[in-house]
Design a protein. Sequence first.
Length: 303
Amino acid sequence: MADPAALDKWLPVDLYVGGIEHAILHLLYSRFFVKFLFDIGAVKFDEPFTRLFNQGMITRHSEKSGKVEKMSKSKGNVVSPDELVTLYGTDTVRIYELFVGPPESESEWNDRGIEGIFRFLKRGWRWTLEMKEKAGTEDDPAMLRARHALIKNCTERLESFRFNTIISALMEFVNFVADEKNAGLAVSRETVDAFLVLIAPLAPHFSEELWKELGDADSIFKQKWPEFNEALTLADAVTVVVQINGKVRDRFEASASAPDDELRKTSLALDRVKKNIEGKQVAKVIVNRNPKGNSALVSIVAK
Protein backbone atom coordinates (compact mmCIF):
# COMPACT_ATOMS: atom_id res chain seq x y z
CA MET A 1 0.00 0.00 0.00
CA ALA A 2 2.94 2.33 0.63
CA ASP A 3 6.73 2.33 0.49
CA PRO A 4 7.93 0.97 3.88
CA ALA A 5 10.97 3.27 3.81
CA ALA A 6 8.73 6.30 3.31
CA LEU A 7 6.43 5.17 6.12
CA ASP A 8 9.37 4.76 8.49
CA LYS A 9 10.69 8.19 7.57
CA TRP A 10 7.49 10.24 7.76
CA LEU A 11 5.18 8.44 10.17
CA PRO A 12 3.92 8.59 12.80
CA VAL A 13 3.67 12.37 12.77
CA ASP A 14 5.83 13.96 15.49
CA LEU A 15 3.34 16.62 16.50
CA TYR A 16 -0.32 17.38 15.85
CA VAL A 17 -1.51 20.88 16.74
CA GLY A 18 -5.23 21.52 16.52
CA GLY A 19 -8.20 23.07 18.23
CA ILE A 20 -10.29 20.98 20.59
CA GLU A 21 -13.21 21.18 18.13
CA HIS A 22 -11.27 18.84 15.82
CA ALA A 23 -11.38 16.02 18.38
CA ILE A 24 -14.55 14.67 16.73
CA LEU A 25 -13.47 15.54 13.17
CA HIS A 26 -9.95 15.41 11.71
CA LEU A 27 -8.36 13.87 14.78
CA LEU A 28 -11.00 11.16 15.08
CA TYR A 29 -10.88 10.28 11.38
CA SER A 30 -7.10 10.04 11.24
CA ARG A 31 -6.95 7.83 14.34
CA PHE A 32 -9.54 5.41 13.01
CA PHE A 33 -7.84 5.19 9.61
CA VAL A 34 -4.48 4.40 11.22
CA LYS A 35 -5.96 1.85 13.62
CA PHE A 36 -7.59 0.08 10.68
CA LEU A 37 -4.30 0.06 8.75
CA PHE A 38 -2.52 -1.26 11.83
CA ASP A 39 -5.08 -4.06 12.28
CA ILE A 40 -4.56 -5.27 8.70
CA GLY A 41 -0.77 -5.08 9.08
CA ALA A 42 -0.23 -2.18 6.65
CA VAL A 43 1.58 0.00 9.23
CA LYS A 44 3.63 -0.72 12.35
CA PHE A 45 2.00 1.92 14.59
CA ASP A 46 -1.56 2.28 15.88
CA GLU A 47 -1.60 6.03 16.56
CA PRO A 48 -0.95 8.62 13.81
CA PHE A 49 0.65 11.19 16.12
CA THR A 50 3.27 10.79 18.83
CA ARG A 51 2.30 14.09 20.45
CA LEU A 52 -0.92 16.10 20.53
CA PHE A 53 -1.31 19.76 21.49
CA ASN A 54 -4.65 21.56 21.62
CA GLN A 55 -4.36 25.31 21.30
CA GLY A 56 -6.86 27.66 22.89
CA MET A 57 -9.30 29.94 21.11
CA ILE A 58 -8.89 33.65 20.44
CA THR A 59 -12.07 35.45 21.46
CA ARG A 60 -13.43 38.95 20.97
CA HIS A 61 -16.56 40.92 21.78
CA SER A 62 -19.31 40.41 19.22
CA GLU A 63 -21.62 43.31 18.42
CA LYS A 64 -24.22 40.83 17.15
CA SER A 65 -24.54 38.82 20.36
CA GLY A 66 -23.16 41.30 22.87
CA LYS A 67 -20.89 38.55 24.23
CA VAL A 68 -17.19 37.73 24.13
CA GLU A 69 -17.03 34.75 21.76
CA LYS A 70 -14.68 32.78 19.54
CA MET A 71 -13.66 34.85 16.53
CA SER A 72 -15.95 34.01 13.63
CA LYS A 73 -17.12 35.75 10.46
CA SER A 74 -20.68 34.80 11.31
CA LYS A 75 -20.39 36.62 14.64
CA GLY A 76 -18.77 39.68 13.05
CA ASN A 77 -15.89 39.76 15.53
CA VAL A 78 -12.97 38.80 13.28
CA VAL A 79 -9.94 41.12 13.27
CA SER A 80 -7.75 41.37 10.18
CA PRO A 81 -4.04 41.67 11.08
CA ASP A 82 -3.27 43.58 7.88
CA GLU A 83 -3.51 47.04 9.45
CA LEU A 84 -1.28 46.06 12.38
CA VAL A 85 1.23 44.43 10.02
CA THR A 86 1.37 47.65 7.99
CA LEU A 87 1.98 49.73 11.12
CA TYR A 88 4.34 47.46 13.07
CA GLY A 89 5.58 44.69 10.78
CA THR A 90 4.83 40.98 10.59
CA ASP A 91 7.21 39.93 13.38
CA THR A 92 5.77 42.42 15.86
CA VAL A 93 2.27 41.06 15.26
CA ARG A 94 3.53 37.47 15.39
CA ILE A 95 5.28 37.98 18.73
CA TYR A 96 2.34 39.91 20.16
CA GLU A 97 -0.01 37.04 19.32
CA LEU A 98 2.35 34.57 21.02
CA PHE A 99 2.68 36.87 24.04
CA VAL A 100 -1.07 37.14 24.66
CA GLY A 101 -1.04 34.13 26.98
CA PRO A 102 -0.40 30.39 27.26
CA PRO A 103 -1.19 28.83 23.87
CA GLU A 104 -3.47 26.19 25.39
CA SER A 105 -5.67 28.83 27.06
CA GLU A 106 -8.50 30.90 25.68
CA SER A 107 -7.46 34.56 25.24
CA GLU A 108 -9.47 37.67 24.49
CA TRP A 109 -8.01 39.75 21.68
CA ASN A 110 -6.99 43.38 22.07
CA ASP A 111 -4.10 45.29 20.57
CA ARG A 112 -3.33 47.62 23.48
CA GLY A 113 0.04 46.02 24.25
CA ILE A 114 1.48 45.83 20.76
CA GLU A 115 3.45 49.08 21.17
CA GLY A 116 5.48 47.44 23.94
CA ILE A 117 6.41 44.54 21.65
CA PHE A 118 7.41 47.00 18.93
CA ARG A 119 9.69 48.87 21.36
CA PHE A 120 11.24 45.58 22.51
CA LEU A 121 12.16 44.60 18.95
CA LYS A 122 13.56 48.06 18.20
CA ARG A 123 15.77 47.91 21.29
CA GLY A 124 16.99 44.47 20.30
CA TRP A 125 17.65 45.71 16.76
CA ARG A 126 19.67 48.72 17.93
CA TRP A 127 21.73 46.65 20.37
CA THR A 128 22.55 44.01 17.76
CA LEU A 129 23.72 46.60 15.23
CA GLU A 130 25.78 48.32 17.93
CA MET A 131 27.44 44.99 18.74
CA LYS A 132 28.38 44.55 15.07
CA GLU A 133 31.45 46.70 15.76
CA LYS A 134 31.82 46.26 19.53
CA ALA A 135 31.44 42.50 20.08
CA GLY A 136 34.66 40.69 20.92
CA THR A 137 35.70 37.14 21.70
CA GLU A 138 34.89 37.01 25.42
CA ASP A 139 32.00 37.93 27.71
CA ASP A 140 32.00 39.72 31.02
CA PRO A 141 30.98 37.13 33.68
CA ALA A 142 27.61 38.83 34.13
CA MET A 143 27.00 38.77 30.38
CA LEU A 144 28.01 35.12 30.19
CA ARG A 145 25.47 34.25 32.91
CA ALA A 146 22.78 36.23 31.12
CA ARG A 147 23.45 34.36 27.88
CA HIS A 148 23.40 30.89 29.41
CA ALA A 149 20.29 31.69 31.47
CA LEU A 150 18.53 32.88 28.30
CA ILE A 151 19.49 29.76 26.36
CA LYS A 152 18.25 27.55 29.20
CA ASN A 153 14.93 29.39 29.51
CA CYS A 154 14.24 29.38 25.77
CA THR A 155 15.26 25.75 25.29
CA GLU A 156 13.20 24.36 28.15
CA ARG A 157 10.14 26.50 27.49
CA LEU A 158 10.12 25.81 23.75
CA GLU A 159 9.58 22.10 24.37
CA SER A 160 6.44 22.85 26.40
CA PHE A 161 5.10 25.54 24.00
CA ARG A 162 5.46 28.31 26.60
CA PHE A 163 6.07 30.92 23.92
CA ASN A 164 4.79 33.78 26.07
CA THR A 165 7.39 33.08 28.75
CA ILE A 166 10.14 32.69 26.12
CA ILE A 167 9.30 36.21 24.99
CA SER A 168 9.46 37.39 28.61
CA ALA A 169 12.96 35.88 28.92
CA LEU A 170 14.07 37.58 25.68
CA MET A 171 12.69 40.89 26.95
CA GLU A 172 14.60 40.54 30.22
CA PHE A 173 17.78 39.85 28.27
CA VAL A 174 17.32 42.88 26.01
CA ASN A 175 16.58 45.08 29.03
CA PHE A 176 19.79 43.82 30.64
CA VAL A 177 22.08 44.36 27.64
CA ALA A 178 20.52 47.70 26.71
CA ASP A 179 20.72 49.11 30.26
CA GLU A 180 23.18 52.02 30.44
CA LYS A 181 24.78 50.67 33.61
CA ASN A 182 25.77 47.54 31.65
CA ALA A 183 27.18 49.45 28.69
CA GLY A 184 30.76 48.71 29.75
CA LEU A 185 30.32 44.94 29.97
CA ALA A 186 32.29 42.92 27.42
CA VAL A 187 30.07 41.11 24.91
CA SER A 188 31.18 38.26 22.67
CA ARG A 189 29.94 37.65 19.15
CA GLU A 190 28.77 34.26 20.42
CA THR A 191 26.30 36.01 22.74
CA VAL A 192 24.95 38.20 19.93
CA ASP A 193 24.57 35.16 17.68
CA ALA A 194 22.80 33.21 20.42
CA PHE A 195 20.25 35.99 20.89
CA LEU A 196 19.41 36.01 17.18
CA VAL A 197 19.14 32.23 16.90
CA LEU A 198 16.89 32.06 19.98
CA ILE A 199 14.50 34.72 18.74
CA ALA A 200 14.48 33.40 15.16
CA PRO A 201 11.53 30.97 15.55
CA LEU A 202 9.41 33.83 16.90
CA ALA A 203 10.67 36.71 14.73
CA PRO A 204 12.11 35.14 11.55
CA HIS A 205 12.32 38.30 9.43
CA PHE A 206 13.89 40.31 12.26
CA SER A 207 16.55 37.69 12.98
CA GLU A 208 17.36 36.83 9.36
CA GLU A 209 17.82 40.48 8.44
CA LEU A 210 20.14 41.13 11.38
CA TRP A 211 22.02 37.89 10.68
CA LYS A 212 22.82 39.19 7.20
CA GLU A 213 23.75 42.61 8.63
CA LEU A 214 26.34 40.88 10.80
CA GLY A 215 27.92 39.46 7.66
CA ASP A 216 26.79 35.84 7.74
CA ALA A 217 26.11 34.26 4.36
CA ASP A 218 24.05 31.23 5.39
CA SER A 219 20.50 31.53 6.66
CA ILE A 220 20.09 31.81 10.40
CA PHE A 221 17.81 28.77 10.19
CA LYS A 222 20.78 26.63 9.21
CA GLN A 223 22.57 27.44 12.48
CA LYS A 224 22.90 25.05 15.39
CA TRP A 225 20.69 25.75 18.40
CA PRO A 226 22.92 27.15 21.19
CA GLU A 227 23.68 25.05 24.26
CA PHE A 228 23.86 26.16 27.89
CA ASN A 229 26.04 25.24 30.84
CA GLU A 230 23.88 24.77 33.94
CA ALA A 231 26.63 26.04 36.24
CA LEU A 232 26.87 29.28 34.26
CA THR A 233 23.17 30.04 34.71
CA LEU A 234 23.55 30.55 38.45
CA ALA A 235 23.88 34.04 39.90
CA ASP A 236 26.88 35.09 42.01
CA ALA A 237 24.68 37.07 44.39
CA VAL A 238 21.15 36.73 45.72
CA THR A 239 18.66 39.25 47.03
CA VAL A 240 17.47 38.11 50.45
CA VAL A 241 14.04 39.30 51.59
CA VAL A 242 13.46 39.19 55.35
CA GLN A 243 9.97 38.67 56.74
CA ILE A 244 8.83 38.81 60.35
CA ASN A 245 5.52 37.08 61.01
CA GLY A 246 4.63 37.33 57.33
CA LYS A 247 5.50 41.01 56.83
CA VAL A 248 8.53 42.17 54.83
CA ARG A 249 10.83 44.19 57.10
CA ASP A 250 14.13 44.40 55.20
CA ARG A 251 16.28 42.95 52.44
CA PHE A 252 19.98 42.59 51.68
CA GLU A 253 22.43 41.18 49.13
CA ALA A 254 24.42 38.02 49.87
CA SER A 255 26.69 35.60 48.07
CA ALA A 256 24.77 32.91 46.21
CA SER A 257 27.00 30.34 47.87
CA ALA A 258 26.32 31.63 51.40
CA PRO A 259 24.96 28.82 53.60
CA ASP A 260 21.52 29.09 55.19
CA ASP A 261 23.01 29.65 58.67
CA GLU A 262 24.84 32.73 57.41
CA LEU A 263 21.62 34.14 55.93
CA ARG A 264 19.86 33.55 59.26
CA LYS A 265 22.60 35.31 61.28
CA THR A 266 22.75 38.27 58.88
CA SER A 267 18.97 38.63 58.95
CA LEU A 268 18.78 38.63 62.74
CA ALA A 269 21.56 41.23 62.93
CA LEU A 270 19.73 43.79 60.76
CA ASP A 271 18.67 46.94 62.67
CA ARG A 272 15.09 46.84 61.39
CA VAL A 273 14.78 43.19 62.32
CA LYS A 274 16.19 43.70 65.82
CA LYS A 275 13.75 46.57 66.34
CA ASN A 276 10.75 44.47 65.30
CA ILE A 277 11.64 41.41 67.38
CA GLU A 278 12.68 43.34 70.48
CA GLY A 279 11.02 41.83 73.55
CA LYS A 280 9.86 38.78 71.59
CA GLN A 281 11.02 35.19 71.46
CA VAL A 282 12.26 34.00 68.05
CA ALA A 283 10.56 30.64 67.46
CA LYS A 284 11.73 29.87 63.93
CA VAL A 285 14.01 31.25 61.21
CA ILE A 286 13.23 29.54 57.89
CA VAL A 287 15.26 30.01 54.69
CA ASN A 288 13.64 29.39 51.30
CA ARG A 289 15.64 29.82 48.08
CA ASN A 290 14.25 30.59 44.64
CA PRO A 291 14.96 27.68 42.24
CA LYS A 292 16.44 30.20 39.80
CA GLY A 293 19.12 30.95 42.40
CA ASN A 294 18.72 34.73 42.28
CA SER A 295 16.73 35.33 45.47
CA ALA A 296 15.96 33.92 48.89
CA LEU A 297 13.36 34.47 51.59
CA VAL A 298 14.14 34.42 55.31
CA SER A 299 10.97 34.03 57.36
CA ILE A 300 11.25 34.86 61.05
CA VAL A 301 8.52 33.75 63.42
CA ALA A 302 8.62 35.76 66.65
CA LYS A 303 6.16 35.56 69.56
